[in-house]
Design a protein around this ligand. Structure first.
Ligand code: SF4
Length: 231
């Protein structure tokens, strides 16, 4: 009984969410998948287990923040800090820390043990996300702190602000916003369908039906609706 009720809770939680602007975590995601998310295109149901894992990740973040509040020599200047409000994108960094000399934007990532073990460099999508935090908070230094979900081991990487990366990411998001507003479905990612994002994508079916290249969303929707009408 409880298993079904908990699964239902997570499934309904997801349905209520409607996306109106980008999140910093959309950076580096397949533009077509982000487009479909904005348009609420038909998607495969997300496994409630995955949504529960996101919640679990939040708890791990809280666990990491606890000692930071008590460590001498480190001040938590702000925790769970939203980027300044603007139209294109929203996001919340885990914390801004100070060592009395410099400020650091902290982004905590919880990952599974296998990925953690082989992690010698921070992941590109995470570097991109922290570059945007640094850009919006006007800071020069960030820390990506990885937590092994299975063992609670930690690895940290210092990231310096690179304005050219942040600007190029913002330009990509602006291009995607134009496509969303003009109802142009972006092309698939080049390594479709083998890319890991495709393996976990909720829009695999609709992406395959849409075909290659930039496609008109309106004509595609009309075609699907016509095909589904009773003859
Ligand atoms: S299947 Fe791959 S290319 Fe298509 S929307 Fe999903 S992630 Fe993008």
């Amino acid at each position: 009984m409880l298993r079904e009720l908990i699964n239902k809770y997570y499934s309904e939680l997801k349905k209520d969410r409607e996306q109106r602007h980008f999140y910093i975590t959309d950076t580096g995601k397949c533009p077509r998948a982000v487009f479909f998310k904005f348009k609420k295109a038909p998607a495969e149901e997300m496994d409630p287990r995955v949504l529960m894992m996101f919640d679990h990740g939040d708890h791990i973040h809280q666990l990491i923040m606890k000692p930071l509040f008590g460590i001498r020599g480190i001040q938590v200047v702000a925790a769970e800090v939203n980027i300044p409000p603007q139209e294109l994108i929203s996001g919340r960094a885990d914390a801004i820390l100070s060592d009395s000399k410099d400020l650091y934007v902290l982004d905590i990532k919880s990952i599974n043990g296998l990925i953690f073990k082989s992690l010698a460099e921070p992941k590109e999508e995470h570097i991109n996300q922290i570059q945007l935090y640094l850009h919006f908070f006007k800071q020069k230094k960030g820390i990506l702190l990885y937590v092994n979900k299975d063992t609670q081991e930690l690895k940290e990487f210092l990231i310096n602000y690179k304005p050219e990366i942040a600007q190029s990411l913002l330009n990509e998001l602006k291009d995607l916003k134009t496509k969303i507003d003009k109802n142009i479905v972006p092309d698939r990612i080049p390594s479709w369908p083998d890319n890991w994002q495709c393996q976990y994508c909720q829009f695999r079916e609709i992406c395959s039906m849409t075909g290659e290249g930039n496609v008109s969303w309106e004509s595609f929707k009309n075609k699907i609706e016509a095909e589904s009408e009773p003859r």
